[in-house]
Design a binder for this molecule. Structure first.
Ligand SMILES: *Cc1c(COP(=O)(O)O)cnc(C)c1O
Length: 394
């Protein structure tokens, strides 16, 4: 085999006349050469091609196109983390003097962004319960320019009342931003259901292997894409090519992983609900979940890959449970191929007082489970062992 000849820029073409790589090439180059001033001028004039990686690079575009296809979007923006995506969505829709109406239940860092950063920028934040659509809409005020909700909340897996909130947002002329990390586009494409902006932490189920942090912002109005993309570049929210390349690989199995994890989550949630010592189980796919009917309607019968449960007993029971099921990683993340167990009282909600946690129903015996793709029978045995150990320690 002779190598295809390099062109005047010294590029080795990836696609030749007769073949092309099946897998996206990884292109870590930060800078791109041009053939000369005329070409560079034309490149800028056309808005095509690459110059500098912060401005955009092929691996981000390849990943963005795949996520666009899942979300039913076009021109979505890939960012270096999910929080970068939340930040971009908010700063791209709000100005000093505006108000944001946000759900009471939100991802911990998003709550800190709202509490610690936005007020200093002159953006007022109102909060309301997004599981009660009409009451939430009643919290809209003159000057509310954006709304931020999550499809499914952490760790109690409550489902936002999306349809009335979307109708109220439209009527008020406020941009509806929906963080759909927990539901994923496998269960719902929120841009087709009234959201103006969809945010994803691609770090979680979409990439799926806990080896990248990435985010995504998708927009319903094509006119908003260019200014939002320019803001992402100015703020330096651009992702790494390697992370994008890994995530593109992860996305190839997203649907398979999601559906397997979901089937196992449903089985485990039912099994755990029947185990002695279990006070309650929260799984949107179970009829006893407070938002079950809404979850069925919004997510087309999908219950998701996460469930939460509470065992009786305090910290001692929680310690015994974790110690007795070592094959399930005790790690406060979600969406990995491996099942992980998180304990909000000592992780995501540790900053709250015990009374504050009690108000949210987050006792020392409360755990959230992100189900992976292991053998379901082995997981069932691990949970039976862990819960029995918690009972014995109570
Ligand atoms: C994890 C997460 C984020 C933040 O994503 P990172 O990639 O960790 O920055 C935002 N929203 C939700 C709902 C999340 O679970």
């Amino acid at each position: 085999m002779t190598r295809p000849p390099a062109d005047p820029l010294g590029r080795l073409p990836f696609a030749t006349g007769r073949s092309a790589p099946l897998v996206s090439p990884l292109l870590p180059s930060v800078v791109w050469k041009a053939a000369g001033p005329d070409d560079l001028d034309a490149l800028y004039a056309e808005g095509s091609g690459y110059t500098y990686a912060r401005e955009g690079h092929p691996n981000a575009d390849a990943l963005g196109a795949r996520i666009d296809a899942l979300e039913g979007a076009a021109g979505g923006i890939v960012t270096g983390s999910g929080m970068a995506a939340v930040t971009l969505a908010l700063l791209g829709t709000l100005r000093a003097g505006d108000r944001l109406l946000a759900a009471e239940r939100l991802y911990g860092r998003s709550m800190r962004l709202l509490a610690e950063v936005l007020p200093g920028m002159g953006i007022a934040v109102d909060r309301a319960d997004a599981t009660q659509g009409d009451a939430f809409a009643a919290a809209l005020r003159p000057g509310t320019r954006a709304i931020l909700i999550e499809t499914v909340s952490n760790p109690d897996l409550r489902v936002a009342d999306l349809d009335p909130i979307a109708a109220a947002a439209r009527k008020a002329g406020a941009a509806l931003i929906v963080d759909a990390t927990f539901s994923t586009p496998r269960a719902i494409r929120v841009l087709g259901r009234g959201a103006d902006v969809v945010v994803q932490s691609v770090t979680k189920l979409m990439a799926g292997h806990s080896d990248v942090t990435l985010g995504y912002v998708g927009l319903r109005d094509p006119a908003r894409i260019a200014p939002m993309r320019a803001l992402a570049v100015t703020l330096g929210l651009t992702p790494s090519p390697f992370d994008c390349w890994l995530a593109e690989r992860g996305l190839l199995t997203f649907a398979l992983r999601h559906d397997r994890a979901e089937a196992t989550a449903r089985m485990l949630a039912d099994a755990v609900a029947g185990m002695a010592g279990v006070v309650r189980v929260l799984y949107p796919g179970r009829p006893d979940h407070p938002d079950h009917a809404r979850a069925e309607a919004l997510f087309g019968g999908r219950g998701g890959a996460l469930f939460s449960f509470e065992v009786a007993g305090g910290r001692a029971a929680a310690n015994a449970l974790v110690a007795a099921m070592p094959e399930v990683a005790f790690a406060p993340t979600l969406g990995d191929v491996a099942t992980t167990l998180s304990h909000p009282a000592t992780s995501s909600h540790r900053a709250l007082t015990p009374e504050g946690r009690a108000a949210l129903g987050l006792s020392e015996g409360f755990f959230r489970v992100s189900v992976g793709i292991e053998e379901p029978e082995a997981l069932h045995a691990a949970f039976a062992r862990g819960i029995a150990a918690a009972v014995a320690a109570t």
